[in-house]
Design a binder for this molecule. Structure first.
Ligand code: GLN
Length: 261
């Protein structure tokens, strides 16, 4: 008799477990309702400055393309969201996420201690190297030669921060984006431009008379910035990015835009 009671109890427990499990799975509608919260329902807004090839730039059809744009698209797809790219000045990229206007900051964005106070960073997905562009006839051969020279940088970037710390504020001119800094170099207004290596290569390729020094100025990591109060979004985006790194999608996207030398 005792045995039977025990058996019945075990059976009841097993059944209860099965019920609990099915309830947890939920219907499709329930799953969608539990989708991660973003600024605009159903959309993932990416704050960027689309003048930073090959990470983000405008495409011929008026849209956006680049490594960051495609990685963000793949993340959005995994989270069942539609990616919306919002192009702005680089100096607004972090502040717009911090103030809750945008979901993710993705702009070849370097992780540093100062920025970590304002946003949470995901895992890194690429490396950047601060590099020096000069004119072909320049006497600047290495970073130390920048001393006393006029340097052009993009406003608010790590390149600007390093140069003003190392060579003095008055020697560094900031421009709205990399392309205008490069135009200033071509026009003789500055002697060098310090900017991330891959955009630097693109600028040298598309403008005559410029060269890239082969000594690196500083090495850094790129990651996605997310509002410190959006913990669920952070987990979702970071998890998706991790999967995309592991399954080779990130590498494939990088290889598409950066040809091996
Ligand atoms: N990696 C640099 C930074 O984060 C430059 C980024 C950019 O200009 N888009 O400051």
């Amino acid at each position: 008799m005792k045995k039977i009671i025990k058996l019945t109890a075990a059976l009841a427990m097993a059944l209860a477990l099965v019920f609990a499990f099915t309830a947890c799975g939920g219907s499709d509608e329930e799953k969608e309702a539990a989708a991660v919260k973003t600024v605009t329902e159903g959309e993932l807004h990416m704050a960027t400055n689309a003048a930073f090839p090959p990470y983000e730039m405008t495409s011929d059809d008026g849209g956006f393309e680049g490594i960051d744009v495609e990685i963000a698209e793949a993340i959005a797809k995994k989270l069942d969201l539609k990616l919306v790219v919002d192009d702005m000045d680089f100096t607004s990229v972090i502040t717009s996420v911090q103030s809750g206007k945008e979901d993710i900051a993705m702009a070849g964005l370097t992780v540093n201690e100062e920025r970590k106070k304002n946003v949470d960073f995901t895992e890194t997905y690429a490396k950047g190297v601060q590099s020096i562009i000069v004119t072909e006839d320049s006497d600047i051969k290495k970073p130390a030669d920048l001393k006393g020279k006029k340097i052009g940088c993009q406003d608010g970037t790590t390149g600007y921060i390093y140069c003003s710390e190392d060579f003095g504020d008055k020697n560094v001119t900031s421009y709205n984006n990399g392309a205008t800094a490069v135009q200033a170099l071509i026009g003789g207004k500055v002697d060098a431009v310090v900017i991330d290596n891959n955009p630097a290569k693109e600028f040298v390729k598309s403008n005559k008379g410029l060269k890239l020094l082969d000594t690196a100025y500083a090495e850094e990591d790129y990651a996605i910035g997310i509002n410190k109060d959006s913990k669920d979004l952070y987990e979702a985006v970071n998890g998706a990015l991790k999967e995309l790194k592991e399954d080779g999608t990130v590498d494939k996207i990088v290889d598409k835009y950066i040809k091996a030398e």
